[in-house]
Ligand binder design. Structure first.
Ligand code: C2E
Ligand code: CA
Ligand code: CA
Ligand code: CA
Length: 278
């Protein structure tokens, strides 16, 4: 906790100072990370529960800082959001992921959807749908192969604005899914109005799925809710066959997690594609 200093001024504890000093250092370094080519994307397979075929890949951002090493997106994305850097980084992510998807498509691999995370700040930009459409045109990827993941928290923070935005993506044939579903207190009436086609069941419900009766009940309820609304479901963080079996048995459509593969650099993902080609 903060401590009262002289004259009632508030001082940071050494711990807080360290964390804010690190944040400052990270933020400064992040400003030049794009130009210095320190950002890269890893790709994680999304698998159909029944056929075990590849349906999609989620692009996940990685930052390799020359001195600090690999910095987790959980640490630098919030900084990028607060500083506005997420707009240029996010655009880079969409372009890089779309270009990679097109290159795999051109290489003749069976088609799959590229899922990209978009942040709150990006989704507040009225010109985002046009920007995404321009990028798709530029790289030659048809809209049906791109999906944007928006967290439930962001969607519910400004549902009216989000509904309008989703309609624009829908018109352009770009799919949207709700990420981290179950953590953001969705209002069911909004869920009906959102132009989304898939719910991603948050990994916090998947983790203890086979031992925790409440998680079992929540996951079963989300899957049945999705079905009744005509939405697909994907579970994230699937690590064990037991989790997979329960999810499959409940009717979850797709799975993503270490059980199938960790997020992989593009070259390793290409090897994975080759190894899984029939
Ligand atoms: P997320 O979108 O919910 O992504 C899922 C996270 O779970 C990823 O962490 C992924 O590596 C991890 N994961 C996948 N399978 C498993 C598993 O079986 N077990 C466990 N324990 N974890 C698994 P990651 O890559 O560290 O990303 C963390 C978060 O950072 C993401 O959560 C997302 O919110 C954000 N993020 C990542 N890339 C981007 C990006 O390009 N743009 C934006 N705006 N956010 C991003
Ligand atoms: Ca995601
Ligand atoms: Ca997620
Ligand atoms: Ca998450």
């Amino acid at each position: 906790a903060k401590q009262e200093g002289r004259h009632g001024a508030r001082f940071f504890t050494p711990e807080m100072q360290a964390s804010s000093a690190r944040n400052l250092q990270l933020l400064n370094a992040l400003r030049s990370a794009l130009e210095r080519d320190e950002l890269t994307l890893h790709y994680q397979p999304q698998i159909a529960a029944g056929s075990r075929r590849l349906i999609g890949a989620e692009a996940l951002l990685r930052w390799r800082h020359p001195e600090l090493g690999l910095v987790s997106p959980a640490e630098f994305i919030p900084l990028a959001e607060e500083s506005g850097l997420i707009l240029s980084i996010g655009e880079w992510v969409i372009r890089t992921a779309a270009r990679q998807a097109e290159s795999w498509r051109q290489a003749g691999f069976p088609p799959f959807i590229m899922a990209v995370n978009v942040s709150a700040a990006q989704f507040k930009q009225p010109e985002l749908p046009e920007l995404v459409a321009d990028i798709l045109h530029e790289v030659g990827l048809p809209a049906e192969y791109l999906e944007l993941e928006l967290t439930e928290g962001v969607a519910m923070h400004n549902p009216q604005g989000v509904i309008a935005m989703m309609a624009q993506f829908h018109e352009r044939g770009i799919r949207m899914s709700i990420d981290d579903f179950g953590t953001g207190y969705s209002s069911l009436s909004y869920l009906k109005k959102f132009k989304v086609y898939k719910l991603k069941i948050d990994q916090s419900f998947v983790r203890d799925l086979t031992s925790d009766q409440e998680d079992k009940a929540i996951v079963a309820a989300v899957i049945s809710l999705a079905k009744s609304l005509g939405l697909k479901t994907i579970a994230e963080g699937v690590e064990t066959v037991e989790q997979l079996d329960y999810l499959h048995q409940q009717g979850c459509d797709e799975m993503q997690g270490y059980l199938f593969s960790k997020p992989l650099p593009a070259e390793a993902f290409t090897d994975w594609l080759r190894a899984h080609a029939e």
